[in-house]
Ligand binder design. Structure first.
Ligand code: SF4
Length: 208
Protein backbone atom coordinates (compact mmCIF):
# COMPACT_ATOMS: atom_id res chain seq x y z
CA UNK A 1 0.00 0.00 0.00
CA UNK A 2 1.32 3.43 -0.92
CA UNK A 3 2.38 5.81 1.85
CA UNK A 4 -0.35 8.27 0.80
CA UNK A 5 -3.07 5.66 1.36
CA UNK A 6 -1.54 4.52 4.64
CA UNK A 7 -1.51 8.15 5.85
CA UNK A 8 -5.12 8.63 4.76
CA UNK A 9 -6.22 5.52 6.68
CA UNK A 10 -4.34 6.74 9.77
CA UNK A 11 -6.01 10.16 9.44
CA UNK A 12 -9.44 8.53 9.14
CA UNK A 13 -8.76 6.48 12.26
CA UNK A 14 -8.07 9.68 14.21
CA UNK A 15 -11.54 10.82 13.11
CA UNK A 16 -13.18 7.55 14.35
CA UNK A 17 -13.69 6.37 10.78
CA UNK A 18 -12.52 2.92 9.62
CA UNK A 19 -10.44 3.17 6.45
CA UNK A 20 -10.00 -0.11 4.59
CA UNK A 21 -7.75 -0.46 1.55
CA UNK A 22 -8.87 -2.98 -1.09
CA UNK A 23 -6.77 -3.44 -4.22
CA UNK A 24 -9.50 -4.08 -6.78
CA UNK A 25 -13.20 -3.49 -7.32
CA UNK A 26 -13.89 -7.23 -7.48
CA UNK A 27 -12.38 -7.70 -4.03
CA UNK A 28 -14.24 -4.59 -2.81
CA UNK A 29 -17.57 -6.11 -3.82
CA UNK A 30 -16.87 -9.23 -1.77
CA UNK A 31 -15.61 -7.22 1.20
CA UNK A 32 -18.70 -5.02 1.26
CA UNK A 33 -20.86 -8.13 1.37
CA UNK A 34 -18.84 -9.45 4.31
CA UNK A 35 -19.40 -6.18 6.18
CA UNK A 36 -23.20 -6.41 5.89
CA UNK A 37 -25.05 -8.71 8.29
CA UNK A 38 -27.34 -11.35 6.82
CA UNK A 39 -30.99 -10.27 6.53
CA UNK A 40 -30.10 -6.60 6.88
CA UNK A 41 -31.78 -3.91 4.82
CA UNK A 42 -29.56 -1.82 2.56
CA UNK A 43 -30.08 1.67 1.14
CA UNK A 44 -28.01 3.02 -1.72
CA UNK A 45 -27.22 6.40 -3.15
CA UNK A 46 -26.95 6.97 -6.89
CA UNK A 47 -23.30 6.49 -7.71
CA UNK A 48 -21.23 5.68 -10.75
CA UNK A 49 -18.67 4.12 -8.43
CA UNK A 50 -21.27 1.70 -7.01
CA UNK A 51 -22.43 0.96 -10.58
CA UNK A 52 -18.88 0.15 -11.65
CA UNK A 53 -18.41 -2.16 -8.69
CA UNK A 54 -21.70 -3.90 -9.47
CA UNK A 55 -22.55 -4.08 -5.79
CA UNK A 56 -26.32 -3.54 -6.04
CA UNK A 57 -26.99 -6.51 -8.34
CA UNK A 58 -24.54 -8.56 -6.30
CA UNK A 59 -26.38 -7.87 -3.04
CA UNK A 60 -29.79 -8.36 -4.64
CA UNK A 61 -28.70 -11.76 -5.94
CA UNK A 62 -27.43 -12.62 -2.44
CA UNK A 63 -30.87 -12.19 -0.86
CA UNK A 64 -30.32 -8.87 0.90
CA UNK A 65 -33.26 -6.51 0.95
CA UNK A 66 -31.92 -3.64 -1.10
CA UNK A 67 -33.96 -0.45 -1.37
CA UNK A 68 -33.18 0.14 -5.02
CA UNK A 69 -34.69 3.35 -6.32
CA UNK A 70 -33.42 2.54 -9.82
CA UNK A 71 -35.39 -0.67 -10.24
CA UNK A 72 -36.81 -0.71 -13.79
CA UNK A 73 -40.49 0.05 -14.07
CA UNK A 74 -41.07 1.90 -10.80
CA UNK A 75 -42.70 5.33 -10.87
CA UNK A 76 -41.09 8.56 -9.72
CA UNK A 77 -43.25 8.51 -6.56
CA UNK A 78 -42.23 4.93 -5.82
CA UNK A 79 -38.60 5.83 -6.42
CA UNK A 80 -38.84 8.69 -3.90
CA UNK A 81 -40.47 6.36 -1.37
CA UNK A 82 -37.71 3.80 -1.85
CA UNK A 83 -35.09 6.53 -1.35
CA UNK A 84 -36.75 7.47 1.94
CA UNK A 85 -36.70 3.87 3.11
CA UNK A 86 -33.11 3.50 1.95
CA UNK A 87 -31.88 6.47 3.94
CA UNK A 88 -33.20 4.74 7.10
CA UNK A 89 -32.01 1.22 6.24
CA UNK A 90 -29.70 -0.86 8.46
CA UNK A 91 -26.82 -0.11 6.09
CA UNK A 92 -26.35 2.74 3.68
CA UNK A 93 -23.95 2.46 0.73
CA UNK A 94 -22.53 5.46 -1.07
CA UNK A 95 -19.49 6.82 -2.78
CA UNK A 96 -18.11 10.23 -1.87
CA UNK A 97 -17.47 13.09 -4.27
CA UNK A 98 -14.03 13.59 -2.79
CA UNK A 99 -11.89 12.85 0.24
CA UNK A 100 -9.01 14.99 1.44
CA UNK A 101 -5.70 13.41 2.38
CA UNK A 102 -6.48 14.52 5.93
CA UNK A 103 -9.63 12.34 5.85
CA UNK A 104 -12.44 14.89 5.37
CA UNK A 105 -15.27 13.40 3.30
CA UNK A 106 -17.34 15.52 0.91
CA UNK A 107 -20.78 14.59 -0.41
CA UNK A 108 -23.07 16.63 -2.63
CA UNK A 109 -26.77 15.87 -2.96
CA UNK A 110 -29.78 17.14 -4.86
CA UNK A 111 -32.75 15.73 -2.92
CA UNK A 112 -31.01 15.04 0.39
CA UNK A 113 -31.59 11.28 0.62
CA UNK A 114 -27.91 10.70 0.14
CA UNK A 115 -26.78 13.18 2.77
CA UNK A 116 -29.53 11.96 5.10
CA UNK A 117 -28.50 8.30 4.76
CA UNK A 118 -24.85 9.08 5.30
CA UNK A 119 -25.55 11.29 8.29
CA UNK A 120 -28.12 9.04 9.98
CA UNK A 121 -27.93 5.37 9.05
CA UNK A 122 -26.66 3.01 11.75
CA UNK A 123 -23.99 1.67 9.41
CA UNK A 124 -22.51 3.52 6.48
CA UNK A 125 -20.09 2.15 3.90
CA UNK A 126 -18.47 4.67 1.57
CA UNK A 127 -16.57 3.43 -1.47
CA UNK A 128 -13.88 5.66 -2.93
CA UNK A 129 -11.53 5.23 -5.89
CA UNK A 130 -8.01 6.68 -5.90
CA UNK A 131 -9.10 9.47 -8.25
CA UNK A 132 -11.21 11.04 -5.48
CA UNK A 133 -8.36 11.72 -3.09
CA UNK A 134 -7.40 15.40 -3.01
CA UNK A 135 -4.56 17.24 -1.23
CA UNK A 136 -6.91 19.23 1.04
CA UNK A 137 -10.54 20.09 1.81
CA UNK A 138 -10.60 23.12 -0.48
CA UNK A 139 -9.60 20.92 -3.41
CA UNK A 140 -12.12 18.28 -2.33
CA UNK A 141 -14.95 20.83 -2.50
CA UNK A 142 -13.69 22.16 -5.81
CA UNK A 143 -13.43 18.67 -7.25
CA UNK A 144 -16.92 17.76 -6.04
CA UNK A 145 -18.58 20.72 -7.68
CA UNK A 146 -16.43 21.63 -10.65
CA UNK A 147 -15.53 18.12 -11.77
CA UNK A 148 -17.82 15.42 -10.35
CA UNK A 149 -21.12 17.30 -10.43
CA UNK A 150 -20.59 18.66 -13.90
CA UNK A 151 -19.91 15.17 -15.25
CA UNK A 152 -22.91 13.81 -13.38
CA UNK A 153 -25.14 16.53 -14.84
CA UNK A 154 -23.99 15.45 -18.28
CA UNK A 155 -24.42 11.77 -17.52
CA UNK A 156 -28.00 12.28 -16.33
CA UNK A 157 -28.85 15.13 -18.72
CA UNK A 158 -29.67 17.24 -15.65
CA UNK A 159 -30.84 20.72 -16.65
CA UNK A 160 -28.31 22.63 -14.56
CA UNK A 161 -26.39 25.76 -15.49
CA UNK A 162 -23.24 23.71 -16.12
CA UNK A 163 -24.87 21.31 -18.56
CA UNK A 164 -24.15 23.16 -21.77
CA UNK A 165 -20.83 24.88 -21.12
CA UNK A 166 -19.26 22.48 -18.64
CA UNK A 167 -18.52 25.27 -16.17
CA UNK A 168 -20.09 25.75 -12.76
CA UNK A 169 -22.36 28.82 -12.61
CA UNK A 170 -23.64 28.48 -9.08
CA UNK A 171 -24.52 32.18 -9.07
CA UNK A 172 -27.33 31.58 -11.58
CA UNK A 173 -27.99 27.86 -11.11
CA UNK A 174 -31.35 28.30 -9.38
CA UNK A 175 -35.01 27.52 -10.05
CA UNK A 176 -36.94 28.15 -12.17
CA UNK A 177 -34.26 28.69 -14.81
CA UNK A 178 -32.15 25.69 -13.85
CA UNK A 179 -32.36 22.44 -11.98
CA UNK A 180 -29.41 22.53 -9.60
CA UNK A 181 -27.80 19.20 -8.72
CA UNK A 182 -25.53 20.29 -5.88
CA UNK A 183 -28.16 21.67 -3.50
CA UNK A 184 -26.76 20.18 -0.29
CA UNK A 185 -23.18 19.76 0.84
CA UNK A 186 -22.19 17.38 3.61
CA UNK A 187 -18.67 17.42 5.00
CA UNK A 188 -17.81 14.73 7.51
CA UNK A 189 -14.92 15.86 9.66
CA UNK A 190 -15.27 13.21 12.34
CA UNK A 191 -17.53 10.43 13.59
CA UNK A 192 -18.84 10.01 17.14
CA UNK A 193 -19.51 6.26 16.88
CA UNK A 194 -16.34 4.30 16.11
CA UNK A 195 -18.25 1.47 14.41
CA UNK A 196 -20.64 3.48 12.23
CA UNK A 197 -18.68 4.76 9.26
CA UNK A 198 -16.35 2.76 7.04
CA UNK A 199 -14.49 4.02 4.00
CA UNK A 200 -13.32 1.46 1.47
CA UNK A 201 -10.50 2.88 -0.59
CA UNK A 202 -10.20 0.90 -3.79
CA UNK A 203 -6.81 0.87 -5.53
CA UNK A 204 -8.37 1.81 -8.89
CA UNK A 205 -10.00 4.82 -10.49
CA UNK A 206 -13.75 4.65 -9.96
CA UNK A 207 -16.60 6.99 -10.83
CA UNK A 208 -16.22 10.71 -11.39
S1 SF4 B 1 -24.13 24.71 -8.83
FE1 SF4 B 1 -25.23 24.23 -10.72
S2 SF4 B 1 -23.79 24.84 -12.31
FE2 SF4 B 1 -22.59 24.57 -10.47
S3 SF4 B 1 -21.88 22.42 -10.57
FE3 SF4 B 1 -23.78 22.51 -9.31
S4 SF4 B 1 -25.37 21.98 -10.77
FE4 SF4 B 1 -23.60 22.61 -12.00
Amino acid sequence: MERKIANLIANLKRRNIDGIYIASKDEARERIKQLILKNATVGISGSKTLDEIGIVAFLESSNYEVFNQYKPGISREQSLQVRNLGSRADYFLSSCNAISEAGELVFFSAYGHRTSGIANADNVIVVCGLNKITPNLEQALKRSREHATILNCRRLDWKSACLSEGLCRKDICLAPDYKRMCCQVLIIESEINPERLKVIIVGEELGF
